[in-house]
Design a protein. Sequence first.
Lengths: 285, 316
Amino acid sequence: MKVHDTKKIYKLDLIAVKIRKHIIEMLYKSKSGHPGGSLSAVDALVALYFVHMKHNPKKPCEPNRDRFILSKGHAAPALYAVLAECGYFNVKELTKLRTMNSMLQGHPVCTYVPGVEASTGSLGHGLSFANGVAIAGKLDNKEYNVYAMLGDGETGEGQIWEAAAVASHYKLDNLTALIDRNFLQIDGNTEDVLRLESVRDRWNAFGWNVIEINGHDIKQILDSLNKANAHKRQPSIIILNTTKGKGVSFMENNVDFHGVPPNEMERNLAIEELNLAQKKLEALL
Amino acid sequence: MSNKIMVNPRNAYGEALIELGKKYKNLVVLDADLSKSTKTIMFAKKYPKRFLEMGIAEANMITAAAGLASCGKIPFVSTFAVFATGRVYDQIRMDIAYSKANVKIFATHGGISVGKDGVSHQMIEDIALMRVLPNMTVIAPSDAIQTGKIVHLMAEKNGPMYARVGRANAPLIYGKNDLNDIELGKGMTVETGSDISIIAYGTMVEPALEARKILSKENIKARVIDMHTIKPLDEKLVLKCAKETNAIITAEEHSVIGGLGAAVAEILAEKNISTKFLRMGIKDIFCESGEPVDLLEKYELNTKHMVKNAKKLLKN
Ligand SMILES: Cc1ncc(C[n+]2csc(CCOP(=O)(O)OP(=O)(O)O)c2C)c(N)n1
Ligand SMILES: [Mg+2]
């Protein structure tokens, strides 16, 4: 699908703002969870779920659907908010994040939430799971594509590189990984904790088609997803250059907001900023 | 309850590491992007050269620790219990347990009281996984004071060891001088009693002490054992409890399969001892996200349920 109409992009940006507001409210209410990595993943999720992926919220188990796997499971609030806004379940459920008897667990559980493909939260599993889904697609001659979102810190896990080797060996061109390159993990900057650069060269060396873009520019994200799908005989990875905490000034690039929710004042400030962003976008429409 | 002094055992770990870093120049500390949570950051600040940030790559961290130990280092390795055991089981089995490597795995965030992060982060199988490994010592301290003491003992004694604490602040049970003769492999009788023995470790010791108070009002005398070392298990003490009291309850923030309850049951069965017996623990299910207190209530691991179980068991 081609979406190059600027107004259409503004509308998607508006959805992204709405998702960010959900994230802030959910984390504030549950008094726990991960704002930074949830906020940085939003724009890619919006591009995937609101435009690019072939999926039907009313039929979450439809065999020909495209699949998305959130390997960095701690960004669950972003995924939940997107799934709810798509219509997989009632938006009201979002207020129950991380509470007893809720299907919205701290980290995604595939047996509880319609639309969640894999149970994640232990980092490093998602790309292997996506390999399995992609191989099954090839075996069954299905047309679907598989997408997996990885944290950059998460790619420290050896299992990611086992999966990288397998995907390239089996020429899984129905698989696209997206790496949320926000340069932060918990103990600090990724390059100080455990150097990742050159991310591009590493994935290239493993036999992947590498695309690098601004991970908050929905037009760029959509274009690169199309390019990734069109690329044959190699899996593709989109390096999403992102800002951890994107959209809330005091959370941006602030490692302290990896796993600490906003307090009341911070929540008010954040919502105020996001409302402003919303107004600006609405004025453009 | 309210006027108890709460101290986080994780902080006690961090403080002990600093003391040990001074004492043992060959002590090194490894972490996997969780140093702020495990409190190894305290050591990192004091001894930056001997702190090894290994990134989010736990399997590599475990085996690298074994390599360090083979060169005479004393590695303390830390991450959350779920990533420190299940995630890296084969690495521990081959490179630490089988090889008798002098590696100390100190895990935090054990049990369901981790809370809202949910099942992916609530480790309830670690004691079982580590207990089944030959050569492995398995420990779970109950408060900050005991944690500090035990971390010292771990450094002093050669051999593979696994210790776990919870995430939450924990009420102090012991005074500074209460633990002068603490030994690994020797359970502690915290309170005496002749009707029933509650054998617990870690986060379940304090609720057991509270249960004892409530039971005493109903004239039931409960003995409370702090079984900080689950392996090697203090068999003598278990047998003594079976002999001197009419019933035994084990309590742990862990699956009822494979942990302390199982270990005690194995001894009782093999020694042909018939006694009233109940394992309190997670009943072979995955739990969920929630406030720790609510989880412990729903999954029946608190003082209230200990009291209920004790009365029921004695009545039968
Ligand atoms: C196997 C495993 N080890 C450690 C953790 C704890 N943890 C949760 S998030 C995180 C940091 C993730 O950083 P990154 O992948 O860069 O994610 P983002 O910056 O997008 O939040 C860590 C270490 C985990 N969930 N799983
Ligand atoms: Mg990151």
